[in-house]
Ligand binder design. Sequence first.
Ligand SMILES: Nc1ncnc2c1ncn2[C@@H]1O[C@H](COP(=O)(O)OP(=O)(O)OP(=O)(O)O)[C@@H](O)[C@H]1O
Ligand SMILES: [Mg+2]
Length: 284
Amino acid sequence: MVGTPLHCPRLIERDAELGALVRFAAAAAGGTPSIVFVSGEAGMGKTRLLDELRAQLQRRAAVAAVACPAFAPASLGPIYSLLDALAPEPASADPPSGNRSPEAGQFQVFARLLDGLRAAAARKPVVATIDDAHWADTATLEFLKFAARALVDERLMLVVAYRSEDVGTSAGLERVVAQIARSPLARSVTLQALSGEGVAEFIEATVGDAAPPDAPSLRRVRERCEGNPLFVEELLKSALESGTRSGLLRGDRVEVRPLAPAKTSNRPPRGRGVRDRKTATKAR
Ligand SMILES: Nc1ncnc2c1ncn2[C@@H]1O[C@H](COP(=O)(O)OP(=O)(O)OP(=O)(O)O)[C@@H](O)[C@H]1O
Ligand SMILES: [Mg+2]
């Protein structure tokens, strides 16, 4: 295990969030489209949640996934990618010819792209996930606003995930989220820190049958991780590696018990401490 990336085979403490997304998808399949924002700090499990959602829905819906690139984003790149994944024909959204205003041209491009999504949704309910939307280009964000106004009864759910701490520095995501929030299509799911019990469960499931780190190392992982799954993985990995280096790996299992919230932390001050998990799912 040491040296390889750690992976928790079970999805821990996200039943409410996944359940809400599955319900939104069922509603979309019945003709109530939605745009769902999934937010949470870096490492809190947005990508994992979207992966689990698509895996769960792939028999019932046409699923498509795209992640916005951190560098050199192409205008509307994520939307074209989704259409490529969903449509048998390449998306036809060439810029219109003639003396139209740029706004009219953009409207026409958006309308054609939405028609592509509508055509896919007419064949089968569509669940399309756009990850890392804090890096989305302006036109993609504008397209989401356009879709929020234009969708009526299409069998379409768009899931848009972003880092909550980066929302203000993106190309207008904060404004777009606020504007779409007023639409009846808008839903939101916020990922909070895992509870102490969740972290303990995470460690146990991740370590599996391998020899776990010693008890003090495990305690340090639980104290410092702030309930953030990525931090748990990283800290656990370094605890396992240091165990290997010092020849401390043992054959016996260490009891993993829930721990009280951390009082001190050596992590950068960007997260909350481990605390009891509240269901943070808002369904409108
Ligand atoms: N609830 C969970 N149960 C089990 N594993 C999880 C859970 N949440 C996240 N993970 C694991 O933790 C790691 C970080 O999660 P993930 O990449 O989904 O975070 P993220 O919110 O997308 O981060 P970023 O903002 O950097 O993209 C991944 O290896 C993921 O599989
Ligand atoms: Mg991610």
